[in-house]
Each structure stands twice: as C-alpha cells, then as structure tokens.
Design a protein around this ligand. Structure first.
Ligand code: VG1
Ligand code: CO
Length: 568
C-alpha cells in the first residue's frame, strides 16, 4: 500500500571539517550523531550529484559494512533521497554491502552512483569511527574534483530537505513503494552477497579451486585454507563463497559474524591486527590464509607457517600469472598500476610483459579513469589493496580467489615457493611502512614543512648518509604530483619522495583516512637481485634506510614519538 508523505525543509548551519579524505569523510560516531551533522553531509553529496547529473528518478545504491550507526545513516539517506526526488534506492539487507559489492551493483544496474557507509579498517562502535563515501556511475570513488564540490557545499549549507515520516524496513527483501508529494519513490532491499557471488563465478574457475581445496586430481592432497573476516562485512561473503561454493570446512571462516564494533578490535588485515590468523597459520596446519578489512576491500595473504606475502609482491605475482585467471584470459591484460608509495615489484613485471604501467597517488579513485579508458586491468596499493577492472574498487575476496586460482593451476606448489620463484626471476623489492598515529596536527605539519625545505635546498641532491655500514646518497627528492593521462586533472603534494643512488627510496605522507590528529606514514623500500640476501628479513634489510629517514625528517624531535604505532 502506497503511503502519502511530505517533504520538509530544515534550517541548518555548516560544520567545520566535512572535507572528504583519501576515501570519503571519516569522523567519530559521536561527530556523525550530532544533530544535522550527517544530514548536512548527505545533502552536500546529493546537491553535488544534482549539479552534474539528473537526480530526479535516478537509481542509487546504498550500503555499508554494518558498523555502529549504519542503520540510522541508511534511514537518513533514504529520507533525504526521497526529498531530492531520487527514483529508487537499492539497499543491502540490514543496510549491509561490502565496498566491492556496492561498486559492482552500481555498474550492474547502471545506477547514477552509490553511497557507502564505512570507515573501512578504522575501529567501530559508539566510541569509534564512522564514514560516508560517494561512488560515481563507473562504480569507483568520486574523483577529487567531485569531492571538492561536496566540501564547498558543506561550507555554505543553510538548509536541507527530508521526508521525516519515511521509514524503510531493512529486513524484508523486495520492493517497498512510497509516494512523496505525488512522486513515486521506491526502495528495493536486496541480498547482500548474491550478485557479488555471481560476478566472482564469471571471473574465476570455481571447479578448479574446489579441486585444489578438496585435494582432487591433479592435486595429491587437500589444500587447507582459512579466512579471517575480522568481524567485518566479509563474513557472509566468506561463508558463501569459500565454504558453501568451494567446499572449505565451516571452521575455516574465522570471525565471520559481522559485529557493529568488530569485537572491539581493528578490522585491519595486517600482521598486527589480524594476529589471530597469524597464530593459526603459524601452527602449520593450513596452506593458505587470508584476512579482510571492515568493508571488504583490503586483504592480507599468508602461506604455510605464516609466510607473509607483502601487498606489493602479491600484486606482482598475480600480474605475472594473470594468464591463469579466466577473466584475464578472456579480456586480455591491458596495463598495470600501483600507488606511488607501493614498492616497484609490479614495475618489473609490466616491463617484462611489455604492458603499459602507471604510478598514481594514494587512493583507489586514481585508477578509475585508466580502467574506463581500457588502459588498466590490474592494480594495487601497499596498504593491502589489490583489484582489477571487474569493478572500480579494490577487492579483498577477489584477491584471495585470484591466489587460489593461481595455486590451483600448479599442483603441489606452496605460497612461499610461488613467491620465492617470483623473486628469483624478477628480484625482490623489500618494503616497510611505519605509521605514527594520532600525532599533533601542528607537529606533523612542521615536520612536513621541514622536509619541503629540504627538497628545495640546493645541496640536497648528492648528500650522503652512513648507516649500518651502508652509504645512502640522495639522487632525487620531490613532492609527488600526478597528471591524469585521461582527463589531465592534476593532483599535487601527494607525498615527499627521497630517492637514493642505490635504488632505495623513502616516502613521507600524512594520512587522509584518520578521524583525529595526524597520522604520519613513512614508507621505505629497496630492490635486491641477490638470491641469498632475498631470504633476509625485510625489517633487518630496511633498518638503515629507516634510520636515515628519521634523521632527515627529525620525526622524533617534531612529534616526540620514539617508535611507530604500527609497522607493516
Ligand atoms: C589509506 C591507505 C590508502 C588507501 C586508503 C583507503 O589512506 O594508505 O592506500 O587507499 O587508506 O583504504 P591514507 O590516506 O590513510 O594513507 V580503505 O580500505 O580505508 O577504503
Ligand atoms: Co577498506
């Protein structure tokens, strides 16, 4: 039964700091709960969309990672979308969709865009973080030009429109019809995983992976797999795909019940926060392990006994073996890309395969144009993100499937053997990242200013540093900027890079995803062709380089931090 509903205009005032960062607006839940805070930002999104596209009768996809405040935010978005005369919302059941699933549904339904409710790997709960992100019609995060427009609108907002009496039933699958002042408004609640599973079945050969896991010919014994959803959104996806479809045992899905506070932990798939998976793998009973972040776009890949595959290596290995993945076999492989701080392992694969290669700033939004222009098939970031042009977001579950597909094609090979064989052929790129979370804004700013001065000093290039018996001579120093080859848009100040004569490199940037204070990221990498040295520990190899970085940046002096919060 259609119900008559009215649009109401509510006066409001701007909130400071509603500037979308690397991937949407991320703030504390407390901030989003302030009267009008969420409404203001949603209004700015809808008004920004309306300024370039026709919002009237359009279709938008809405869903999030199930964190605290998601259901409330979905209702706010529904009420405001109705007031903006949007035609239809496609919403995940209980408001739940992984980020890759939203990207896929936007594309599949030729929707105008989507609103994703997540703060990704940031903790959740009443005292933690929430986030809102807009994705455009290609399924990818809105580009800088668009998010700047959103930010401008948040600064001048005086009122917003809503339909206060509209309420969506988030449980019931199917269509809900409303009439808002004579206009039809529809909501369709859809199953959170079905469409995504169908997509994965088109990309991969599930039968081959099933045989690998079961130990059927050409394999000699079962291949034990384990997945850690870290109480994030991927739980139901993991159970459906890996357990139901691919035959992994039910106990191979760890932390697979999504919780609004992720069980009080960081849903961040790295060696620190996915410690449960790390210890399970170290017991030596499993051949393959993968963890995913809160919204399902990140992944960590581990081999037997906890062998860690760095995201930079993971990308390079998938690229080098991309001919084993049906999707790439069918569509061919166009170019490869990585974000600037990501180690250059993929660069060598691109060169060897004669593929176009791109280095873009941090953030998945920079890959979208290249994919739309058919110049990019596979890309990744050091921050545990890998993905392809099947959607326009990074994709955790896709990455685990890509690994299993590659392993399925080579009977009795281990993850470690696959990676070491890769190093033997291409050399090894050692990589590490030091995060100094929640530093004082002013201190972080001063440190970056000091580094900028260094870039401009005439005697910087050629300067030598000695540490751990090694000499590091600066060959180049700059602040990374990127001109999009498709639309020529310019992204400046994307990170300070200091390159050394021996090919090693350090990078400094301030994170754009934190909710409070400034997180300083220090990245270090070097290249090692020597087979013996390739076996060494990355932290040992990179320590002298990090020491030089700390000396150059005076990080300790500026921030008072003696050690990083997290090392990856
Ligand atoms: C971080 C990562 C970046 C990633 C971004 C979003 O950004 O470094 O590589 O794209 O998070 O990932 P920053 O600005 O904090 O360094 V997710 O999984 O949070 O959507
Ligand atoms: Co994420």
């Amino acid at each position: 039964m259609a119900e008559a509903l009215k649009i109401v205009t509510v006066p409001t005032k701007p909130f400071e700091g509603q500037k979308p960062g690397t991937s949407g607006l991320r703030k504390t839940v407390k901030e989003f709960q302030k009267p009008n805070y969420t409404e203001n930002f949603v209004h700015a999104i809808l008004a920004a969309v309306a300024s370039v596209d026709k919002l009237e009768k359009s279709v938008l996809v809405v869903g999030g990672d199930g964190r605290f405040f998601c259901p409330e935010a979905v209702q706010i978005i529904a009420r405001m979308s109705a007031a903006h005369k949007v035609g239809k919302l496609l919403i995940g059941q209980r408001g739940i969709f992984s980020t890759p699933a939203v990207s896929h549904l936007i594309r599949k339904n030729t929707a105008l865009g989507g609103i994703i409710l997540t703060a990704s790997h940031n903790p959740g709960g009443p005292d933690a973080d929430f986030g809102i992100k807009y994705n455009i019609s290609n399924g990818g995060p809105a580009p800088d030009g668009f998010t700047n427009k959103i930010f401008e609108l948040t600064k001048s907002i005086t009122e917003y429109r809503t339909v206060p009496n509209l309420k969506i039933d988030l449980e019931k699958l199917g269509l809900q019809k409303f009439v808002v002042e004579g206009n039809a408004f529809e909501v369709e609640i859809i199953d959170s995983v079905t469409d995504y599973v169908l997509l994965m079945k088109q990309i991969f050969d599930f039968d081959a992976i099933k045989k690998l896991i079961a130990g059927q010919a050409p394999h000699k014994k079962p291949f034990n797999v384990v997945f850690d959803a870290l109480h994030g959104v991927t739980g139901p996806y993991v159970k459906k795909i890996f357990c139901e479809e691919l035959g992994a045992s039910n106990d191979s899905a760890l932390n697979a019940t999504p919780l609004p506070d992720f069980g009080g932990e960081h849903p961040d798939p790295n060696l620190t926060y996915a410690h449960k998976l790390v210890s399970v793998m170290k017991e030596g009973k499993h051949d393959f392990g993968a963890a995913f972040d809160g919204d399902g776009d990140r992944n960590m890949i581990l081999g037997k006994n906890g062998f860690f595959v760095t995201p930079s290596d993971s990308l390079a290995v998938i690229a080098a073996q991309s001919n084993l993945i049906p999707y790439f076999k069918q569509n061919g492989v166009k170019g490869f890309a990585r974000s600037m701080p990501t180690a250059g392992a993929i660069d060598r694969v691109a060169k060897e395969m004669g593929k176009e290669f791109f280095e873009v700033p941090t953030g998945w939004k920079y890959f979208g144009n290249l994919m739309d222009a058919n110049r990019l098939s596979l890309c990744g970031e050091e921050s545990f993100g890998t993905g392809s042009d099947h959607i326009r977001e990074k994709d955790g579950v896709w990455t685990a499937l890509a690994w299993l597909q590659i392993l399925a094609a080579q009977p009795d090979i281990s993850v470690e053997q696959l990676v070491t064989k890769h190093w033997e052929k291409y050399g090894r790129n050692f990589f590490t990242r030091y995060d100094y979370e929640n530093c004082e804004d002013a201190a972080a700013k001063k440190m970056m200013e000091q580094l900028t001065n260094l870039l401009n000093a005439p005697d910087t290039v050629g300067k030598e540093f000695l540490d751990g018996g090694r000499t590091f001579k600066i060959s180049k120093a700059d602040n990374f900027s990127y001109k999009d080859p498709v639309d020529n848009s310019l992204a400046e100040n994307q990170g300070i890079r200091i390159l050394f004569v021996d090919g090693s490199r350090i990078v400094f940037r301030i994170s754009g995803t934190g909710s409070t204070g400034s997180t300083i990221r220090l990245y270090g990498d070097c290249y090692e062709p020597d087979l013996v040295k390739q076996k060494m520990d990355a932290q040992v190899i990179l320590k002298p380089l990090i020491n030089v970085a700390l000396q150059l940046s005076k990080l300790q002096e500026f921030t008072g931090r003696k050690a990083p919060t997290v090392i990856t």
